[in-house]
Design a protein around this ligand. Structure first.
Ligand SMILES: [Zn+2]
Length: 429
C-alpha cells in the first residue's frame, strides 16, 4: 500500500541533493563530492520532503494525483542568498560608466552617500514596492531564502526604519533581517565617529526586536577592530547573531572581529590572511565570497586611467578562494545585492561568476549556494538540501544537469520554484 504525497517531482534527468551536515560542507575533498541521482524523484507532504531517491524507489512507496514530470530537467534545492542590502533607493548606473571607461564623471552624483540621501528621502511605500519587485526577480531566479540587511540609512533612526520595513515584508522568499549597525563612517562634518557609534549602541535594543543579526564592517574604509567589537559585543548581549563585512579593501582585522564575536558569517574577505581563514574555520564562522562584486567593480581587470591601462585593483581571486576552502571552514557564496558594487539580484549569476572568476568547481559552487549559505544563516538544519524532513524548497530547471546550470550563462534557467511545498513562481519561457 503506497502512501499519498501532495506532489511528486519524478523522472528528473538529474536530482542534485547538496546533502551534508547542518553546519555545512567543508574541506576541498568533501566539497567536491556532490550527490546526484539519475532519474531522480522527490515527494512532498505538508511542505516537507518525505522521500528522495530514484523514481523507481520513490514511486514504490509513494503515489500522488500530482506527479510532475521532470524528464530532461535538473531538480535542485532552492538557492540561499546570505548577504543582500535589499532596501534602498536611487540607481548608480551613471557613475558606473565612468569606472568602466576611465572618463571622469561630469555632473554625476554617486557613491554610497548618494544612495543614502535617496533612501532617506524615499517613502516607506516606495522602498517596499522596489523591494517586492526585486524579491520577485530573486524568486524567479531560484532564491528561496534571503538575508536582507539595512545599510543605506547611516543614522540610527534611518537604519531602524529600514529594518522595520525589512522585517515587515511579506513574500514567498523567507527573509532573514539584519541590522547593519556599522557600514561606513559618517562624513566628519556631519557627525564624529564616537557620536555615531554611541547612537548605534543606543539603537541596538530596538534593533534586536526586529533583526536576527547585527552586522559590522571591519575594513580600512569601515571601522576599527575595537569599534566593531564594542558594537558586536553589545548586540550579542541582546541575543543577536553577528555578521561581519570583513577585509574588502585591505586587512582590517575582519577575521579577528568575526572570531572574537563568534560571528555566523564573515563576508568579502578579499584580503584575509591564511591564518585569518584558519581561525574563522575553528570559530565556526562561515566565510562568504562575493564574486559578483569582483566582476562588477572590474577588480581583476586593469583599471583605465586617463586613457591608459593600469594595474588590477585586487589580488588574483582564485588563490583567495582556494585559501578559504583549504583552511577547512565552511565557505558560502552570495550576491551582496546593492546598487553600488553588486547590482545583481541573481544567485544564478553568482554561481556562473564563481566558476569563471574564482575557479571553483561545479560541486563546490552548488554546496556554497545552498546548504553552506543556509548554515551561515543558522538554517542548515531545515533547508539547503533535498533530504527527508527538510522544507520542500525546490527548483525545477530548464537544463538537464547541475553542470549546465553553471556552464551556460546570461539567462534565467530556472523554470519553477516551490517554497515549503507551495508553487511560488512559474517563469514565462
Ligand atoms: Zn554588503
Amino acid at each position: 500500500m503506497r502512501q499519498t504525497a501532495d506532489f511528486i517531482l519524478v523522472h528528473a534527468h538529474e536530482l542534485v541533493t547538496c546533502k551534508g551536515p547542518a553546519s555545512g560542507t567543508a574541506g576541498a575533498e568533501v566539497l567536491n563530492q556532490l550527490e546526484t541521482i539519475a532519474d531522480g524523484a522527490v515527494a512532498v507532504v505538508g511542505g516537507n520532503i518525505v522521500a528522495v531517491g530514484s523514481s523507481e524507489q520513490v514511486l514504490a512507496q509513494w503515489e500522488s494525483r500530482q506527479c510532475i514530470d521532470a524528464r530532461g530537467r535538473l531538480v535542485s534545492p532552492g538557492l540561499v542568498d546570505p548577504h543582500s542590502h535589499l532596501l534602498f533607493s536611487g540607481n548608480r548606473y551613471a557613475e558606473y560608466e565612468s569606472r568602466v571607461t576611465g572618463q571622469a564623471p561630469v555632473g554625476i552624483e554617486g557613491g554610497i552617500h548618494f544612495s543614502v540621501s535617496r533612501t532617506r528621502s524615499a517613502s516607506d511605500a516606495e522602498l517596499v514596492e522596489q523591494a517586492r519587485t526585486d524579491l520577485d526577480v530573486m524568486l524567479a531566479h531560484g532564491t528561496t531564502t534571503l538575508e536582507a540587511k539595512t545599510g543605506y540609512g547611516l543614522d540610527a533612526q534611518a537604519e531602524l526604519r529600514l529594518l522595520r520595513l525589512t522585517a515587515g515584508l511579506q513574500h514567498a522568499i523567507e527573509i532573514v533581517p539584519t541590522f547593519l549597525a556599522l557600514h561606513v563612517p559618517p562624513p566628519p562634518q556631519e557627525k564624529s565617529r564616537g557620536d555615531f557609534i554611541a547612537e548605534m549602541l543606543a539603537a541596538l535594543p530596538e534593533a534586536a526586536v526586529y533583526a536576527e543579526y547585527c552586522d559590522v564592517t571591519a575594513d580600512p574604509i569601515g571601522f576599527t577592530v575595537d569599534e566593531c567589537l564594542s558594537v558586536g559585543a553589545r548586540a550579542r548581549e541582546l541575543g543577536m547573531g553577528i555578521r561581519v563585512h570583513a577585509d574588502q579593501t585591505g586587512d582590517g582585522g575582519g577575521a579577528l572581529v568575526a572570531c572574537q564575536l563568534q560571528a555566523a558569517g564573515a563576508d568579502h574577505l578579499d584580503y584575509t590572511s591564511e591564518a585569518g581563514f584558519r581561525s574563522m574555520a575553528e570559530a565556526g564562522t562561515v566565510a562568504t565570497l562575493l564574486p559578483s562584486v569582483t566582476y562588477h567593480m572590474c577588480e581583476m581587470t586593469p583599471r583605465i586611467h586617463k586613457g591608459s591601462l593600469g594595474a588590477a585593483d585586487k589580488p588574483f581571486m582564485p588563490l583567495l578562494a582556494r585559501r578559504a576552502v583549504d583552511a577547512g571552514g565552511v565557505v558560502a557564496l552570495s550576491t551582496d545585492y546593492n546598487p553600488g558594487t553588486s547590482p545583481t539580484p541573481s544567485m544564478q549569476a553568482v554561481m556562473q561568476l564563481a566558476a569563471r572568476l574564482f575557479r571553483l568547481s561545479y560541486a563546490e559552487i552548488w554546496h556554497m549556494c545552498t546548504l553552506n549559505a543556509a548554515a551561515s544563516l543558522n538554517r542548515g538544519h531545515d533547508r539547503g538540501s533535498i533530504e527527508v524532513g527538510k522544507r520542500a524548497d525546490l527548483l525545477l530547471w530548464k537544463v538537464a544537469t547541475h553542470g549546465m546550470a553553471i556552464n551556460r550563462f546570461g539567462y534565467n534557467m530556472v523554470d519553477r520554484v516551490w517554497v515549503e511545498g507551495r508553487a511560488a513562481a512559474t517563469v514565462p519561457a
